[in-house]
Design a protein around this ligand. Structure first.
Ligand code: COA
Length: 434
């Protein structure tokens, strides 16, 4: 059967497609801004037909209504990353969490003893002339979900950008197509204040012409981009990027010309931003998407010389242990690709890993540099992996420093309101004057 016949014979409605999901199934939802909103809404509307359907995904940019208490008997949420729309369900103990480096998430779906998938709900572009669908903004784990789930239901959305990727999804891999055009979920640009600007300037001093950057999510990476205007020949090999890169590419500051792996191309596994970004990446040969087991594999990251990774965190203790995903015992995020890139950058010739954050949280009432991580908090990045720590007060390098030297370097970049208490802790811990 040719692909056009296959495609036309497998078109259906969302209601019909989600009726194929069975009680007890494990369902992976396409990632972040590529979430197939129309299919997820149809599944939630059909909730009463299911018992114990497990919903798994990483960043949820949709409403995540399957987490609502009224659906407790219908859906169980197994988060691999917790985001704004799923934090409440985690905090109220109505969801569970699977901890996993981002580059290993596809292997969870491959292994029958871990998290094999019954169903994948994905969003795709209409098929191209060869019968291949683009996953648009998210290849990450979504590609593996599409290739391994027993039932693959795809929302076909003409508004999803067609991105060039190392691999596309053949129509024959998809069980049902649900054509439904709608605007793609957008991520508003973060607010940049004086603190973020100061952090951005500090990080920009660590970036040299010709470096390849990985940018994490949030205000800090976006702030850095504003201070890279005088750099030349930057490259991108990143888990994700956002609107800020569009400006730098249009101005020729990011041109990927010095990259030794995939020269000339930004390499990325997912994209989150506004329509401006989505229009920019549509059939753009300078942007190469690939699944996360490639992009985030530390051995692949390390093949880029001068790889600079820039991520953020919740707390750092005086030894340099980093928590990036919990507030005390509350899981508010996940490891994501942070450790993938910190390790890749450590192995990259000329590479640097940077963790950057405002020195305080909760409207200035708590220091993010603390004597001890809060009780119950997970260590995301170990003290052996951590290297550059940046706040609005400066840069503290951890590698090659003793515990005393680390503590002093961190206290120097803590908020001044908290330095005296941290100095007392230093004196208690090390039995010597600060
Ligand atoms: N003590 C108490 N609360 C804290 C805190 C601290 N030390 N640090 C953060 N918080 C709270 C904030 O107040 C905020 O709460 P609110 O939503 O009620 O206002 C919440 O935690 C999230 O913090 P915020 O600073 O708004 O998050 P962010 O969007 O800047 O992201 C991380 C910061 C750490 C959550 C994010 O970078 C992350 O998830 N990192 C891990 C994954 C990663 O690095 N992936 C690779 C890049 S994609």
């Amino acid at each position: 059967m040719d692909w056009k016949t296959y495609y036309s014979e497998h078109i259906t409605t969302a209601e019909e497609a989600v009726s194929k999901i069975k009680s007890g199934d494990r369902v992976a939802v396409g990632h972040a801004c590529s979430e197939p909103t129309h299919l997820v809404e149809a599944m939630v509307a059909n909730a009463k037909a299911y018992r114990n359907v497990e919903i798994t995904h990483m960043v949820a940019m949709g409403k995540a209504e399957y987490c609502n208490p009224e659906y407790a008997e219908n859906f169980i949420h197994n988060a691999i990353f917790v985001g704004a729309s799923t934090r409440k369900a985690m905090a109220e103990k109505r969801a569970d969490f699977t901890t996993c480096f981002f580059h290993e998430v596809p292997s969870l779906f491959d292994d029958p003893d871990m998290m094999p998938l019954d169903v994948a709900l994905i969003q795709v572009t209409p098929p191209d002339e060869n019968g291949m669908c683009s996953l648009g903004l998210s290849y990450d784990y979504t590609f593996k979900a599409a290739m391994t789930a027993k039932l693959v239901i795809a929302q076909v959305n003409e508004q999803l950008p067609y991105t060039y990727a190392s691999e596309q999804v053949p129509v024959e891999k998809i069980s049902y197509f649900v054509p439904h055009n709608q605007p793609i979920i957008e991520l508003a640009p973060p607010k940049i204040g004086p603190v973020e600007e100061a952090i951005g300037k500090n990080i920009a001093e660590l970036v040299n012409d010709g470096d390849t950057l990985q940018l994490g999510i949030g205000a800090i990476p976006d702030a850095v981009l504003r201070f890279l205007g005088d750099k030349k020949d930057l490259g991108i090999h990143s888990e994700m990027f956002s609107d800020g890169i569009v400006d730098l590419m249009e101005r020729g500051i990011v041109n990927n010309s010095k990259k030794n792996l995939h020269p000339g191309k930004c390499v990325v596994t997912f994209l989150m931003g506004t329509k401006r970004l989505y229009d920019f990446v549509d059939r753009n040969p300078n942007v190469m998407m690939a699944p996360v087991d490639y992009v985030n594999h530390p051995m692949v990251i390390a093949q880029n010389d001068n790889l600079i990774s820039i991520n953020s965190c919740v707390q750092v203790d005086l030894m340099g242990q980093v928590c990036s995903e919990c507030v005390g015992p509350k899981q508010i995020s996940g490891v994501g690709g942070q450790v993938d890139f910190i390790r890749g950058a450590a192995m990259s010739k000329g590479g640097k890993s940077i963790l950057a954050f405002p020195s305080t949280a909760a409207k200035g009432t708590v220091s993010k540099i603390v004597p001890y991580l809060d009780d119950g908090a997970a260590v995301t990045t170990s003290r052996n992996d951590v290297d550059y720590i940046v706040t609005e007060y400066g840069v503290a390098r951890m590698k090659g420093k003793t515990l005393r030297q680390r503590a002093r370097a961190l206290i120097e970049i803590a908020h001044p309101d908290f330095r005296e208490d941290l100095k007392k802790e230093y004196e208690n811990r090390f039995g010597c004057a600060y």
